[in-house]
Design a protein. Structure first.
Length: 135
């Protein structure tokens, strides 16, 4: 903690959050409209779950999940191969001083949520979290 009671560890600024949402929405439209030439992306629907923009707004990490979660490594690699093309389209779609460089990563949160659902459906865990007569 600093002298003024604020932690040194801070999350993204409001500006970064707004820029990330702007990038995410623009990429969704670009992927919806464009036919990308990469074979790993042919006929694949991709969900863009989040775009995190660096403090200087020059880099963006984009988290994606292919529909059904199949071939996620191939889809992410394909998106990274066409990232320069997507960046060019993004520059025409958004009104920012700099068009951020794009890096695509697979969003692991869906797999984590499925794992947690599986754990919560285990009879042993259900017995522990079920309300008792004392409650």
């Amino acid at each position: 903690m600093t002298r003024h009671g604020k932690s040194k560890i801070q999350g993204p600024s409001q500006r970064q959050l707004r820029a990330g949402e702007l990038v995410r929405h623009a990429l969704v439209e670009i992927l919806r409209e464009e036919d990308l030439a990469d074979p790993a992306l042919t006929g694949v629907s991709v969900t863009i779950t989040e775009a995190r923009v660096s403090p200087d707004l020059r880099h963006a990490t984009v988290f994606v999940e292919p529909l059904g979660g199949v071939h996620s490594d191939d889809v992410v690699a394909g998106l990274n191969r066409v990232s320069k093309f997507l960046r060019g389209r993004l520059g025409h779609s958004i009104d920012m001083r700099f068009t951020p460089q794009l890096k695509f990563l697979h969003d692991e949160s869906f797999e984590t949520a499925a794992y947690m659902d599986k754990l919560f459906s285990d009879p042993k865990v259900k017995a522990d979290i079920a309300p008792t007569d004392e409650d």
